[in-house]
Design a protein around this ligand. Structure first.
Ligand SMILES: Nc1ncnc2c1ncn2[C@@H]1O[C@H](COP(=O)(O)OP(=O)(O)OP(=O)(O)O)[C@@H](O)[C@H]1O
Ligand code: NI
Length: 350
């Protein structure tokens, strides 16, 4: 077995706010392999963005834990080493393409600059690479658009330019935080297709953030479900969609447009991040909660299918942080309290 491309262990991110300490990420662990797409999903405020930004220490906060990438712990790297990692091996794509591009330079110049900084080429050769990248991300007549400025591109085309910019360093890991949320649906689908093609071509690992489970079903190989800075459930895309374990995951699925009943937002409000509840963070909103959910720590992530040795479902990584998966409860009892909703995933038809 080869080591994962990225291995996050017990990641903790704390902000000192005016109204107290915010534990935005509180003990998150996951692995990501090369060529794989891992989706972080969860309601607003669950810590998805902070997790992404913490990977290359982009957040002004206290960080703890381990972020193993390229044979070292990024939390131990010097600022100089990190800058190198950020520019080349790990590339970030954010929700709003506008913010990632400099309005006063042509897109070609910005790309060429990225290419020169990260690859061993300069001048005309770098320009050629930049044009190739524009072409590769689907900008029509790439050479002719080289000297255009960001405002001369539509939203979707701008996000393509941002992706080209991310690729300029030939990254091993692409961190894409809601990269299509600001775009309309047709463009969104095109960008998702593009990311998938690029990934297949280059074998990059993609950490993809979305609050939209429909998008996650399309792009993910594996899913990490977050709530209030904790991992509630983790597993392969079919395990998560076909047999979601945590009541929170199930509730998220019922919010999916076109699944089960009508739009059905999760009742109750997300927690106050400065004052999280004891026990399972989700228990105040959970229709299945029992006494044991109200105290102690968040339950450990436990194997969702102890009976299978990854033989039948093929998913040894599927695990759930819920007392019903512990020794004292029967998880069959969960089914009666929270109806399931099924959704088609890519993997279902093969
Ligand atoms: N710079 C900061 N200072 C203090 N608190 C912060 C800071 N950045 C984020 N937070 C808090 O950390 C928590 C997690 O935020 P995060 O942006 O990661 O959520 P998210 O899952 O990405 O949500 P969304 O779907 O809305 O993007 C929130 O409670 C947020 O208020
Ligand atoms: Ni976010």
């Amino acid at each position: 077995m080869t080591d994962p491309l990225l291995s996050v262990r017990d990641l903790r991110v704390r902000f000192e706010g005016e109204s107290g300490e915010v534990r935005a990420v509180d003990g998150v662990s996951f692995d990501l392999d090369a060529g794989e797409t891992l989706c972080l999903v969860g309601e607003s405020g669950s810590g998805k963005t902070v997790t992404c930004e913490a990977l290359t220490r982009l957040v002004p906060a206290d960080l703890d834990g381990e972020i193993r990438f390229g044979g070292r712990n990024l939390l131990d790297c010097s600022e100089t080493e990190l800058r190198e990692v950020r520019g080349s091996s790990v590339a970030h794509i954010f929700q709003n393409p506008q913010g990632a591009l400099d309005p006063v330079y042509s897109v070609g110049d910005q790309l060429r600059e990225g290419v020169e900084r990260n690859r061993d080429v300069t001048g005309e050769e770098a320009r050629e690479v930049a044009i190739d990248l524009l072409d590769r991300v689907g900008i029509p007549e790439a050479a002719a658009r080289y000297d255009d400025y960001p405002h001369e591109f539509s939203g979707g085309m701008k996000q393509r330019v941002v992706i080209a910019l991310a690729l300029s360093g030939d990254p091993d890991l692409l961190v894409a935080d809601e990269p299509t949320t600001a775009l309309d649906v047709t463009i969104q689908a095109q960008i998702l297709d593009l990311l998938r093609d690029l990934q297949a071509e280059r074998d990059v690992g993609v950490l993809f953030v979305t609050h939209d489970l429909g998008v996650a079903a399309q792009v993910a190989d594996r899913i990490v479900v977050m709530y209030a800075g904790k991992v509630m459930e983790r597993g392969g895309v079919s395990a998560i969609f076909d047999s979601p374990g945590h009541p929170y995951t199930r509730a998220l699925m019922r919010c999916l447009p076109g699944v089960g009943s009508a739009l059905d937002p999760i009742p109750g409000d997300p927690i106050d991040p400065t004052d999280p509840p004891e026990g399972c963070r989700f228990h105040p909103r959970c229709t299945a909660a029992v006494r044991a959910c109200e105290s102690g720590d968040q339950p450990p992530l436990r194997d969702a299918d102890p009976s299978d040795d990854a033989g039948d479902s093929g998913d040894a990584d599927h695990c759930v942080s819920c007392v019903f998966y512990g020794p004292d409860y029967d998880r069959a009892d969960l089914a009666s309290s929270v109806p399931l909703a099924g959704v088609q995933t890519e993997g279902d038809d093969d």
